[in-house]
Design a protein around this ligand. Structure first.
Ligand code: SF4
Length: 301
């Protein structure tokens, strides 16, 4: 029996569901029940009647699944799958940041730990960040942890002062304006699409700025034939697999999140077989973090 078949069999036996983020190694899709961005996946997990959720992604994503599905066992196949951006701010640091700007509402990107979410007034994703900040009607907000997404919000909402925590995603920050200019020259007919975790200087040069799901939707629905993708490689790989009639170009070969590539099919198998590694969140943190997430959902659906 192949490894894929063994995983599928175990999944049935244990009433488990496998979620795969679109930055994962593409082979994981063969066993995944759902593939998408982190919030979409957590929502899928919350709706299923599975007893076990195996989250092929990074740690904060598995934590979010646990926050939304407290009665299910949530497993992450590698305990080394962290997120550099999420790790730039911890509980102590967010408390200090709040203390420095007392009374200013805190908006927290979902790419953060459960503890950090528990200190925020509201969460946001890259898809709804602008509308979430706008909904607060505040003149000033604190934004953690991604300074590039925060700057993007500021460029869209000029009357709001977005004070950014200095975190960032090294994968997206690796993309420089020179790469966009080079791609324009090499592929003059291509549309260039970027994730808002990229630098402002990059975003100013592209044709479309959107979340992972917005980029995928744009390419799939477009009548254009060539696209340069300025986000993690997994998105470009999946687009090329799904859109055979289109040419998908990753802006630079180095746009790879190494933490997202840690998990292999073998790890997914071991996770299911041994029930490892279980992700837990204390009740106190979970309740407060859930409030921030639910507030976001009430605004953006
Ligand atoms: S791509 Fe960036 S934000 Fe996403 S998991 Fe990797 S380090 Fe974190």
């Amino acid at each position: 029996m192949s490894l894929v078949e063994k995983i599928k069999q175990l999944k049935k036996e244990k009433n488990a569901v496998i979620l795969a983020h679109c930055y994962q190694n593409i082979e994981i899709d063969e066993v995944a029940d759902y593939v998408g961005d982190s919030l979409y996946l957590s929502r899928c997990a919350a709706k299923t009647d599975a007893d076990i959720i195996v989250f092929a992604g990074v740690y904060f994503m598995a934590e979010t699944a646990k926050i939304l599905s407290p009665n299910k066992k949530v497993l992450i196949p590698s305990k080394h799958a962290g997120c550099f951006m999420a790790d730039t701010v911890n509980l102590k640091q967010i408390r200090e940041f709040k203390e420095e700007h007392k009374g200013t509402p805190v908006v927290c990107y979902v790419n953060s730990s459960a503890e950090v979410k528990s200190e925020a007034d509201i969460c946001c994703t890259s898809a709804n960040a602008v509308s979430v900040v706008k909904s607060l009607g505040a003149k000033e907000v604190l934004f953690v942890p991604d300074m590039h997404l925060g700057s993007y919000i500021n460029s869209e909402l000029k009357d709001v002062n977005v004070i950014c925590y200095p975190g960032f995603c090294p994968t997206h920050a690796r993309i420089l304006p020179e790469a966009v200019l080079k791609a324009r020259e090499e592929y003059p007919d291509a549309k260039i699409l970027a994730h808002p975790e990229c630098r402002q200087e990059v975003l100013k040069l592209v044709d479309f700025i959107g979340s992972t799901s917005a980029i995928i939707k744009y390419v799939k629905e477009s009548s254009e034939k060539e696209f340069v993708i300025a986000t993690e490689k997994g998105v470009a790989d999946r687009l090329q697999r799904d859109c055979k009639d289109k040419k998908i170009i990753l802006i630079e070969d180095s746009v790879i999140c190494s933490n997202m590539k840690i998990i292999e099919l073998e790890d997914v198998y071991n996770a299911l077989k041994e029930d490892i590694y279980e992700v837990t969140v204390s009740d106190k943190i979970r309740t407060a973090a859930l409030q921030s997430i639910e507030k976001m959902v009430s605004i953006s659906g």
